[in-house]
Write a protein that binds this ligand. Sequence first.
Ligand SMILES: [Mn+2]
Length: 368
Amino acid sequence: MKPAPLLMTTPPTVERLRLGPGRRIAAISDVHGELDYLKGLLEKCALRPEDVIVFVGDLLEKGPDSLGTLRYVMELSRQREVHTVCGNCDFWQNFCDLPDDPEQDAFYLRYLVGRNRGWGDGLIAQMLREQGVAIAPDMDLAAAKAAVRENYGQELDFLRALPHILETEDYVFVHGGYVPEKGAFACMKLDRYRAVARPHAKWTVVGHWPLVLYHEDVVDARPIVDEDLKLISIDGGCVLKDDGQLNAFFLPDMTWTSYDRFPVARVKTDQAANPRHWYIRYGDNAVKILSEGAEFIHCRHLRTGYEMDVPADHILTRDGDRATVNDVTDYRLPLRAGDEISVVRRTGRGIMCKRGGVSGWYDGELDE
Ligand SMILES: [Mn+2]
């Protein structure tokens, strides 16, 4: 029997768990196919066998290895207690389960040929390539669906079984936001949930919205614990942001750790923060270029009038002196000699770096 496909209006599925008192949970969201980050994070977490892992959705897409990440999580789920909720990038069983529909097929074809909207192959494309199925505008989509259905039964069953909401005695885990009355899709894809959330009865853990986007003037990927809403938001923006990180949030401890791939070094000199600083980010990144050098441009953020120097290769699109730029800040991190920083990038005017989940610049030299 063909399973019922997940439609936008389908009510969310809720899995209820009894974990027992004091059971330690590591919540991780938005891995987005970054298997190396997931492995690095889990190593850093040093979990005990009895600890529970909850993946809060968006295991897949955008990053380099969706199929590998899915297989890794499936294997991990056989070895220890792991629960995964479905994110808006995860329900690829629909590729096989939906009734034939030309509009939906056109979407899948665009997505496959367009390589995950430019991010690179996603889950289905990786499955098809593994089967030697060529991806092209004139490909036979029905044959492709058959190839996936035939060869990836276990993977599809794993995805079909994912709940949209996971509820324990003390916590609720949902990818986008807790809005069961609005259906499964809204629970998975609710942008900027913290701005519209009502207070919860139980502590609720969400991913989906990169934490950095909750801030105006600083690039801060640390989990947000909102005591008033009883809401914990944990998406560190790995893959999506050049300096992103993968966070793990521990319950009931209310502590966290994170992983990124940047090398760590010690700073040689103290540095004071600049009191006035800004963060130009995706969706609000239109600037006017005022002057340009070889490595940096000086530009004015159109919405706010704020001026800052931006690496020239951060320009995404350009039309004359108007441009859009990749996420960037001019924040100088407050640092003491001997502090460790993660080196994101070296430039002729200092080092783009991170410390404790916050991104910025360091102007001095490194001890190395
Ligand atoms: Mn998402």
